[in-house]
Design a protein. Structure first.
Length: 346
């Protein structure tokens, strides 16, 4: 088996006796883009800072290309980090910002000029080398911060909410540029984000953290379609959670006249809003339920309906943009395919 680019083994970190990371194990393959996703206090930023050397672990190992770097200070680790605030030097030009680390390492002037020019060309900033950061747009400053970190050719780049300061439209465009840059350089990327759509769109794998532990790690589509736990299902896409009593014949009674006939038997399931459809007449006896529309919102690419269930609960249902949506207060019949029910282990 090939040596992982990054391996965290039993990494533990406590603040005031409270664990921020709890015996965490994680690997990143060479050239992989991994997104760390989780809510506030999940431990994702602490993990990034431990890898960068800005925090020290209380226990466990941090290995980069098979070498334990846990005792090395940040400037001696072959790792670069991009901050949400960009952290550019305002008094230096774009060229000098990008060249800063190379000069500190004693790289010859001709080599610096060549590598900085190549880096700026890679992100389409070759004509802006003489400008100061204040003369750039937010997206341009973000690209400068990225290539400043990559120009030293680190095997691993750490990104702490790299798109958080950008507006929605620019975030999407810059995100695709970030992904293209990662592919072009071949460096491993580990990105911390709280934005689930960003993580799913950009990463090869997503690691969902919850109170310092890994709740689930896997390819984006796998996590979205087959979340392992209620917390992952709720965090990624706000899935509807169904639970009930498993009968001898494999059906699941979930109350309020709802009888599940899943593809795989489990006491609880995640059901994505877009996997539910409206049907005419009464709902089917299995994998269906009657409900009433409580609220409705147009989302551009579709309608989001909040429906009230007979037992007092509520679900979210996604409807196509070109559909004639029901009105708030209307009764509706809902149905879904057996394979739309994703079994949950916890």
């Amino acid at each position: 088996m090939a040596t992982p680019l990054l391996r965290l083994a039993g990494v533990t970190k406590r603040f005031g006796g409270v664990p921020a990371l709890d015996a965490l194990d994680l690997t990143v393959a060479p050239g992989e883009f991994l997104a760390l996703l989780g809510g506030s206090g999940s431990g994702k930023s602490t993990l990034l800072r431990i890898v960068a050397g800005f925090e020290s672990a209380d226990a466990g190992q941090v290995l980069l290309q098979g070498r334990d770097i846990g005792a090395l200070p940040p400037h001696r680790r072959p790792v670069s980090m991009v901050f949400q605030s960009y952290a550019l030097f305002p008094h230096l030009s774009v060229f000098d910002n990008v060249a800063y680390g190379l000069r500190r390492d004693g790289v010859p002037k001709a080599e610096i000029a060549r590598r900085v020019a190549e880096a700026l060309a890679l992100v389409g900033l070759e004509g802006l080398a003489a400008r100061r950061p204040a003369q750039l747009s937010g997206g341009q400053r973000q690209r400068v911060a990225l290539v400043r970190s990559l120009v030293k050719r680190p095997p691993l780049l750490l990104l702490d909410e790299p798109l958080g300061a950008l507006d929605a439209g620019l975030r999407e465009r810059t995100g695709f540029e970030l992904r293209a840059l990662q592919r072009a350089t071949g460096a491993g990327f580990v990105m911390v984000t709280h934005d689930q759509a960003e993580a799913l769109a950009l990463a090869d794998r997503v690691a969902v953290l919850e109170t310092g532990r890994l709740a689930q790690v896997g390819p984006p589509r796998e996590l979205y379609e087959r979340p392992a736990t209620r917390s992952v299902a709720a965090f990624l896409g706000a899935a509807n959670i169904l639970e009930g009593r498993v009968r001898a014949d494999g059906a699941v009674e979930c109350g309020a006249g709802c009888l599940l006939r899943p593809a795989h038997v489990a006491p609880a399931f995640a059901l994505r809003p877009e996997r539910i459809r409206l049907v005419a007449g009464d709902p089917p006896a299995e994998n269906g339920i009657a409900a009433r529309v409580r609220d409705l919102a147009f989302r551009g690419d579709g309608w989001m309906a909040v429906v009230a269930l007979p037992n007092g609960g509520e679900w979210r249902v996604t409807l196509p943009a070109d559909a004639a949506p029901p009105a708030p207060g209307d009764p509706v019949a809902l149905a879904w395919a057996p394979e739309a029910l994703a079994p949950l282990s916890a």
